[in-house]
Design a protein around this ligand. Sequence first.
Ligand SMILES: Cc1cc2nc3c(=O)[nH]c(=O)nc-3n(C[C@H](O)[C@H](O)[C@H](O)COP(=O)(O)OP(=O)(O)OC[C@H]3O[C@@H](n4cnc5c(N)ncnc54)[C@H](O)[C@@H]3O)c2cc1C
Length: 447
Amino acid sequence: MIRDSYWLDMPYTPSDPLSGDLDVDVVVIGGGVTGVTGALFLAEGGARVAVLERREVASGATGRNGGFMLAGTHEYYAEAVEELTDLYGPDGRRLAREAWAIALENHDLMAGLMKKYDIRCDYYRHGSYVIAMKRPDRGSHRDPLERIVQSYKLLQEDGFDVEYLDEEKLYEIKRSPLLAGAIWNKFDGELHPVKYVRGLAGAASGLGVLFFENTPVAGVDRNDRGLLVHTPGGRIRTQHVLLGMNAYTPQLDTRYERRIIPHRGQVFTTEPVTERLFNGVFYANDGWDFWRQLHDGPGEGGRLLFGGGRNHHVRAERGFHFLRRRGRPIRTYRGYKERPTRAVQKSNDRAFNHAFPHLADLGRTHRWGGVMGFSYDSSPFVGETETPGVHIVAGFTGRGNAYATVAARMVSDRLLGRPSSVEDQFETVKKVFDPLRGGIDAENRRL
Ligand SMILES: Cc1cc2nc3c(=O)[nH]c(=O)nc-3n(C[C@H](O)[C@H](O)[C@H](O)COP(=O)(O)OP(=O)(O)OC[C@H]3O[C@@H](n4cnc5c(N)ncnc54)[C@H](O)[C@@H]3O)c2cc1C
């Protein structure tokens, strides 16, 4: 059994670290889906770009996720409408509708890049199933079926192509007696996230993007000649920086400590199953549990991927905690550990075996963790930070495959000085994805 990501368990030769000084138009920090996509869009627009990655391309959350391409933020649609109404007033419903529509645009952009650059990454579009369990687990809604039905109605009213599946229909698909009902979002999909992002990196290199792996950025300074990015092997002078570091952003820019909170998620894969048991991706217990069958054979089959268990260990899986002492915020630090833990993996096993008793004997091949960046309102931070010339795309709250591409498009359009098709289409991204919003009080509000 391997204690690291199944997706990253493949041969790979990283590029050399930065050695010496350079001058480029844009420095991208972070080689995940955000950074690599941003670099590609910028290079397509003619910019000279360098990507600096502390480890290897796709070694962060991008190479450790479930590979789900889900529309929308991580809440039920009904909940997103309520939360956004709470935060932004009567516009909430429209903002929620846009949050889902933007994610669909993101999906189309990703599929377009796969086609344009011939990236083979096991992409399928069989939809997602957002499931209410008969006995909801810790931390989830007491009546998830009610939430599912409400969300289904709202999604339908708002023009999304969704279907409601009752217990009987769901049993035919899932073969689990524990499921009460589901929304089938037909537009969702799945992919192999490492094949995808390393494929994009290959395309970006072909357009002249310089990749420096094993190159940690130690700091970014601003003076009257622009920005200077420091690494152990050299410095890069530039006019623009794009922070594509998601959960790790606060390590470089402490102003984001209060906006982006690291949360670890843990996953395992089983040995391959020869039959095709499931098509599509499955999201249950308010998203605490999720699973799919991969497309890695033999034949039509593939191994099962199952994630979750975090709801039983919320404090341990959170990177920072904010406490108030004598009215002042104090941060307690637990770190950014990716290693899988016995406690969460045990909860994962229990949840899997409970849902699929007939599959409980399947051996586990890989167990791993990854660190996600959560914002207080589930929406990402997109745009220029308090430091002129330094831009951010981060805080996806478990939904990088829903927003990173569209957000990278938006920022790269701005840096290239051209109108943003994303901003033209979705005016509200400026309001909801505001890079300067939030802070400790907002985070406490979510708690
Ligand atoms: C278990 C799990 C399951 C998930 N499932 C899904 C899912 O199914 N669907 C979905 O949409 N999202 C999912 N997510 C979330 C998704 O993986 C992230 O939102 C997305 O990958 C973020 O991409 P990113 O490029 O912004 O960040 P990352 O992929 O984390 O990349 C950031 C990069 O920055 C680098 N870096 C950090 N500091 C520095 C520095 N100082 N110098 C240079 N480089 C630096 C890191 O090494 C890293 O490679 C999941 C996450 C986890 C952990």
